[in-house]
Write a protein that binds this ligand. Sequence first.
Ligand code: NI
Ligand code: MN
Length: 227
Amino acid sequence: MKITYLGHASFLIEMNGKSILFDPFISGNEMAKEIDIDNLKVDYIFVTHGHQDHVLDVETIAKNNPKAKLVSNFEVVSWFAEKGIEGHGMNHGGKYMFDFGTAKYVNAVHSSMLPDGSNGGNPGGFVLFDDSHCLYHAGDTALTKDMELIPMTCPKLDIAILPIGDNFTMGYEDAAIASDFILCDQIIGCHYDTFPPIKIDKTKAVEHFDKKGKKLMLPDVGESISI
Ligand code: NI
Ligand code: MN
């Protein structure tokens, strides 16, 4: 499994020969300007919730990749279906076996209005797994005890993507507690530095995890991590 950071909460996951894009907010992100969305070849676009900083480039990338399937909550999938984008709707607690592996839609504590004010359903995160790998992308969320359900209901996590930018989501201190709840010590931080209210001290964040014997990875935009 290869995980490439595309800025903010966007990642490209390569798993069993398929490319799975999460939460594309690239063309509007000054920090991701070296990523050309027209070069992205994807099989799936996973969207954790309806906010603009997670859905901005969905339509362009879906139209560039007509076979790609959008996976999100039912309301987000229905909204994009009206724009001619094919999708697979899910809801909290449900899992489904795709051709790359299984995806489970799990709870997030946040909000989810779509850019035009439409109902974006309930926000979530996704756990992706097969027989040998398990990854959690938390989406935008507060720290919540519901995270304890993930290791009870999914295979052991190898790695988790958690928001650490504070203000709109949990900050890194709460993310370190989340890593206890999900029983995973390998964390990739996201949703920080993109906007002024979520600028963080990266050194402090990494040290905070270090002190707990955990690893916080903060890849550069375009950088990949293989597990
Ligand atoms: Ni959000
Ligand atoms: Mn967000």
